[in-house]
Design a protein around this ligand. Sequence first.
Ligand code: AQP
Length: 325
Amino acid sequence: MSRRILSGLQPTGDIHIGNYLGAIQQWVELSRQYDGFYCVVDYHAITAQHEVELLQQRSFDAALQFIAAGVDLERSEIFIQSTVPEHTELAWVFSTITPMGLLERMTQFKDKSRKNNKNINAGLFTYPVLQTADILLYKATDVPVGEDQAQHIELAREITQKFNNRYGELFPEPRTLITQARRIIGLDGKNKMSKSLNNHIAIMDTDEEIAAKLRSAVTDTRRVRLTDPGEPTDCNIFALHDFFTSPEQREEIATGCRNATIGCGECKKILADNISSFLTPLRDSISDLQQHPDTVRDVLQRGTARAGELARETMAEVRSRIGIR
Ligand code: AQP
């Protein structure tokens, strides 16, 4: 069976370097080798308190950024989840075969309910069921995600087995593809970098914003004074250098940190410069594409049409298997 990729991103705020390194960068590579569907999952985004008037623009901007990042449009479709209503229809079918006990084990649900205890809704609880529908609607074989989503893809495999066992083999069991940037920690030094936590560097931040955010970022807490030696492996800022800094420069910083000849300020300044250089071509292509919104609309229209075609085929098979015509 040929491989097919499915991946998604919620339009919950500014896309950050965690999303980019943990997902989008890998999409770009995969899109050159395999057929794929990349969607902006707006129905997922409403499981958290969201700004209604911003949702459409955020969805459009996210799609624009996928295109600008270089997702290969020859073999890929980019679309907004809600424009293919079969996602929610299939999610309902899957919710009838998903044991509550499995959903109760999901750490993302536990984390998000803890952080947002005034809005623990059923949609947040069944989030991985909708995610399974996103994947299986296109019979995707591979799902590139950051580490935070790996447990959901495991659950997707269990739902797939349950469906296939009960209604006859229809879906492939999707595999998880984890990137090298499995879990980028936020600038608070403890939580995963997230759009909804104020702990991220957005890919569209200016050089000044990046430098300012890094200045107040948490480092190795043992380095109180400039003369205190530090341990780079205990420092989240040093961990970020892995993705933006050459091995030689990283080595210099590590040595300088351990013998206190390089302070946290200098280490952060080098990182800010390197992140800015890394993001410059991406920001430029985003700015260029912003001048051509019709191109994005065309891509989305085509994506909705092709994804919709496949989704309708799958739903027809599902309905017939479960006895609904
Ligand atoms: N910090 C991260 N490190 C590595 N990968 C990450 N991803 C997200 N944060 C990191 C990966 O990005 C993809 C899109 O994520 P999402 O928008 O669907 O949901 P999320 O994981 O909940 O992302 P955020 O930024 O943390 O959003 P909010 O704050 O709204 O919850 C996924 O593949 C994810 O693994």
